[in-house]
Ligand binder design. Structure first.
Ligand code: SAM
Length: 238
């Protein structure tokens, strides 16, 4: 097994709007406008493997952090939630840099498409990079998986999304144009991603005016920080 081989063979592959790591939300459910698809690989691409799954609103997706797996792991990491200053044990975090590079995300199951052996699950709100190998899918069971009074250590609630996002006239128009072609609410997607503030913790609260970019679908999203929050500059085709 070479270092790029997942620990067990994938059963599916993710196609998502997120074409690079930068800008992906740090947990699922934070960017509900993100729509991903999970395509089953042979020999699992049989209608039988998903029989009954349509009755579930959410699924667990178990996957490989394939884009970082070569970087190894350390016993402690600096969670962005703590401003990147404090170190916590790797097993107390959801860091991608783990001894076994395995991720776990809950996603809304928005539909299942079966066309012969082409079987895809439509997923909402996932925090997954395009091309992510999926190891397993399990239905989300509220009676067993939801624990309303659970304690959540240093991450007791969803991170605050304090930034307001303004669209330039150009970017507003570009969102409108891309909406039809991509069949997705691009403006809402951009707004939900940016209000989480994708910058690394150590850059937050500074860098006013600096332009950032991330790759979404087939365009480069560019924005800058202002005294009021974020200004979306353009969605540039390339
Ligand atoms: N919800 C998952 C979990 O708890 O295991 C992932 C949490 S991890 C903090 C989320 C980050 O993983 C995203 O912000 C993105 O940067 C990164 N990521 C997503 N898919 C990845 C992949 N296939 N390879 C490496 N990193 C990935």
């Amino acid at each position: 097994m070479n270092s790029l081989t997942p620990p067990v063979p994938p059963i599916g592959i993710i196609s998502s709007p997120y074409k690079e790591k930068f800008g992906i939300p740090r947990q699922p459910g934070l960017v509900t406008a993100a729509h991903a698809t999970l395509t089953l690989l042979p020999p699992y691409n049989q209608p039988e493997t998903v029989r009954g799954l349509e009755g579930f609103s959410h699924v667990w997706v178990i996957f490989v952090f394939h884009a970082t797996q070569q970087q190894g792991w350390k016993p402690t990491v600096r969670p962005p939630r703590l401003g990147g200053n404090a170190r916590m044990g790797v097993f107390a975090t959801r860091s991608t840099f783990r001894p076994n590079p395995i991720g776990l995300s809950v996603a809304e199951l928005r539909g299942i498409q079966v066309q012969g052996n082409n079987i895809t699950l439509e997923l909402g709100g996932a925090d997954l990079l395009d091309g992510t190998p999926v190891l397993d899918i399990k239905p989300y069971l509220p009676y067993a998986d939801a624990i309303p009074d659970a304690r959540a250590g240093f991450a007791p609630e969803a991170p605050a999304a304090p930034l307001s996002v303004h669209f330039s006239a150009l970017s507003d128009e570009q969102c409108r144009q891309k909406q039809t072609r991509l069949n997705t609410d691009v403006r809402q997607l951009v707004e939900q991603i940016l209000r989480q503030d994708p910058r690394p913790s150590y850059q937050q609260g500074q860098q006013e005016g600096r332009v950032y970019a991330m790759r979404l679908y087939d365009f480069d999203l560019r924005w800058r920080y202002t005294t009021d929050g974020i200004e979306v500059l353009e969605l540039a085709d390339s």
